[in-house]
Design a protein around this ligand. Structure first.
Ligand SMILES: [Zn+2]
Length: 97
């Protein structure tokens, strides 16, 4: 098996060095801490830092948009995963950016 050639590139977000395949020419390289690891078990790790900022910034926006107190309480009881899925769906449907 030929050895895969890799090079180290600094993460565009935190500057941590990331190992990338040498033949891959991407403009921006991000580490899994920042942009997430699709293979991670937890939602937070999958999202990475940038993903978490993206969704967490929208948590209070959604909460404020809920008109009924009962709905706000329901939102507060939702798990992190459910909130992320909910916001993901809103974005998909164009109700949120
Ligand atoms: Zn990073």
């Amino acid at each position: 098996m030929p050895e895969e050639k890799t090079k180290l590139e600094p993460c565009g977000c935190c500057s941590k060095l990331v190992e990338v395949a040498e033949d891959v020419n991407r403009e921006d390289v991000y580490c899994t801490d920042c942009m997430g690891d699709p293979k991670a078990k937890s939602t937070k790790d999958r999202l990475g830092w940038a993903g978490r900022q993206f969704f967490e910034a929208r948590f209070p926006i959604v909460r404020n948009a809920l008109s009924k107190e009962a709905h706000k309480q329901k939102w507060d009881k939702m798990t992190y995963e459910k909130k992320v899925a909910f916001i993901g769906k809103m974005i998909e449907q164009g109700a949120m950016i």
